[in-house]
Structure formats: C-alpha cells, structure tokens
Design a protein around this ligand. Structure first.
Ligand code: GLU
Length: 323
C-alpha cells in the first residue's frame, strides 16, 4: 500500500477532523445539537427492506456454481453471456469509489483501485486478454441488486455479502473474502462493544447488511444512513454519530485515512462472505467468474492483491459449490 495515497485521499476527512475534533470523550456526551449539517441524502432509521419470504433452496449462501474449464481469452463460447460481453467490447462492473483498500479513486491518477477493483480487472483479462476493458459504474450499497436486475452491469464487485435473501434476487460467485462486522469509534470513546451504543447514533449505509444487523441487534439505537461509507467517516469525525458499524475491512480503510484518531472495537457481530454479484439468469457467467477466481488463487494473483491492499499474507476462503 502506498502511504502517499492515504494521505491525499484522507485530506478532506482529516481537515474536517482537525476543525471538528476535541480531546473530550464523546461518550456519554450526547452528539445531538452539533452545528455541522448532515451530509446531503442522509436518512435516519430508514425502513429495513427484506425480500418477501419466497421459497428458497438456499441453505448455505457460500455455495455457488461449479466452474468448468476456462475458455481462452477472446474465444468465449457461442451464445454465452461472456460472448455477448466480448462482442460489446468491455465488461460493465459495478464498484465503489468510497471504500479505501477495496474500491476507491486514487486522487493522484483518478483511477479506481483496490482489492475489489483487481477482481474486476481479472474478469476483463479472462474475457478479452486485456484487464483494462472494463467500464466501471460506481454505486452505493442499495444500488447493487437493482443494477444487476435491470441489466445496468454484468458484475458487481463491491464488498458484497452473499446471503440467502440476496440469492433470491441475484446470483453470487464463490466467496473470495470473508469480513466481519465491527465498530469504529473515536480513540477517546469509552464504547467497547455494541451494547454500549444503546440509545446512541450509529452510521451504516442503507442497503447494507450492516444496517440490518444494527436494527436486529440494537433496535433502540438511531441508525444514520448516508449514501457512502466516506460520509460515515466524516460524520464520526464531526461527532454527528457515535460509531460507524460495518465490515472490518471497510473500517480498516477508514482507520488508515485518519490514523491515530480512531479505533476498531468490539466482538465480531457477523460473518460477511464476499461474492461477486451476477444477474440471476446468467449462470454461465457465474461458472466463468468462479473459474477466474480459482485461477487467481492458483496463480498467486489473489495473494499478491491481498498483500498489496490488506498487508501481510492471506489465504483465500475454500470454494464451495452447489453443483
Ligand atoms: N458487506 C456488507 C454488504 O454487502 C456491507 C458492505 C457494503 O454494503 O458496502 O451489505
């Protein structure tokens, strides 16, 4: 990872922090009544939408469709989803630009980068022999499923937890990373676990599993839902919320953007196995993407990407298949 990137990327957030931060513990002082306006589009306690209880044979959301042999780049099988993408000339990938380390825009070159962005380039390379034949569409957590259902993108590679609710609406690839939901608070905060946030304000994006978990595990907290994870970071720095709660890797990215002022606390609230989202009709594409992920793990590309963005050495989760 390049520290220079962190510093530039963090500039706005740190400036906000420098103006708004104090040494006083934020807990138990109430955070209501602060002067700074909430970012545009923030809602409080948005309704939590869960799909209707349609019958599902999903018992293990980590199981995806078994890959066959990978076709050579530029030679996608006739009438396949991949052939249509090859014909178009580029892969359409839904990603984030606000999640440092996974999907973020490097201000030095205006390019999207991160662990998820690497996966999108690998899929493009497997179809075209050229990792750069990708059109990225940046989206929030709540936009991911509609984008796949409405044929706006071919894949969503965006810290996307595979679960049985979502399997009723879209397909997922095999799991390529497993995160865990935790809490991010100010360094001076006395919050040590979720229960300490009873009656407090917690930030999580609408459409994320994180906000559903908060509604279930601590319903009396106020859930503050902006359109991006970076808005959560700024609201924490401005004392407009007492904590941010989402996947540990997203919180690690925020920590790196404001080193020394924040800390990750508490137990693992959930397991968040990440899969690549794919439209429900395109099972051939699921098998293809799983072949690409397998190849990435076998070639060492996955491990190199892990160590570049997350540091150290990681082991890919074992692939699990439903057939
Ligand atoms: N992994 C969680 C999810 O898919 C939270 C991350 C996010 O929404 O960006 O909902």
């Amino acid at each position: 990872m390049r520290k220079g990137t962190w510093v530039v990327l963090a500039l706005t957030a740190v400036l906000v922090s420098a103006c708004g931060a104090t040494a006083t513990p934020v807990d138990p002082a109430p955070v209501s009544g602060v002067a700074a306006p909430l970012p545009v589009g923030v809602t409080e306690n948005p309704p939590i939408t869960t799909p209707s209880a349609a019958p599902t044979n999903c018992t293990n959301a980590r199981k995806s469709y078994r890959p066959g042999p990978l076709p050579s780049p530029g030679q996608m099988p006739d009438r396949s989803t991949m052939a249509a993408i090859q014909q178009r000339g580029f892969l359409r990938a839904g990603v984030d630009q606000n999640t440092f380390l996974f999907g973020f825009r490097d201000p030095k070159n205006n390019q999207l980068e991160g662990f998820d962005i690497d996966r999108a380039h690998e899929i493009a390379a497997a179809i075209f022999g050229d990792p750069n034949k990708v059109q990225f569409t940046v989206m929030g957590s709540a936009d991911r499923i509609p984008a796949l259902q409405n044929d706006k993108v071919d894949v969503v590679v965006r810290t996307f937890t595979a679960n049985c609710d979502r399997w009723q609406q879209i397909n997922f690839s095999q799991i390529y990373y497993v995160a865990h939901q935790k809490l991010l608070v100010e360094q001076s905060s006395r919050v040590a676990q979720l229960a300490d946030l009873a009656g407090k304000r917690i930030c999580a994006q609408n459409g994320s599993t994180s906000i559903v978990t908060l509604a279930q595990k601590l319903p009396n907290a106020t859930r503050v839902a902006p359109a991006s994870w970076s808005d959560c970071l700024v609201m924490l720095q401005q004392h407009q919320v007492d904590a941010v709660s989402t996947d540990d890797v997203i919180l690690t990215g925020m920590l790196a953007q404001d080193e020394g002022n924040l800390k990750i606390v508490g137990e693992n609230l959930t397991d968040e196995p990440y899969g690549i989202g794919i439209p429900q009709a395109n099972i051939d594409m699921v098998r293809f993407v799983n072949g690409v992920l397998d190849k990435s793990v076998q070639s060492g590309a996955w491990a190199a990407s892990y160590s570049k963005w997350l540091g150290g050495s990681g082991t890919a989760p074992p692939a699990e298949y439903r057939d």
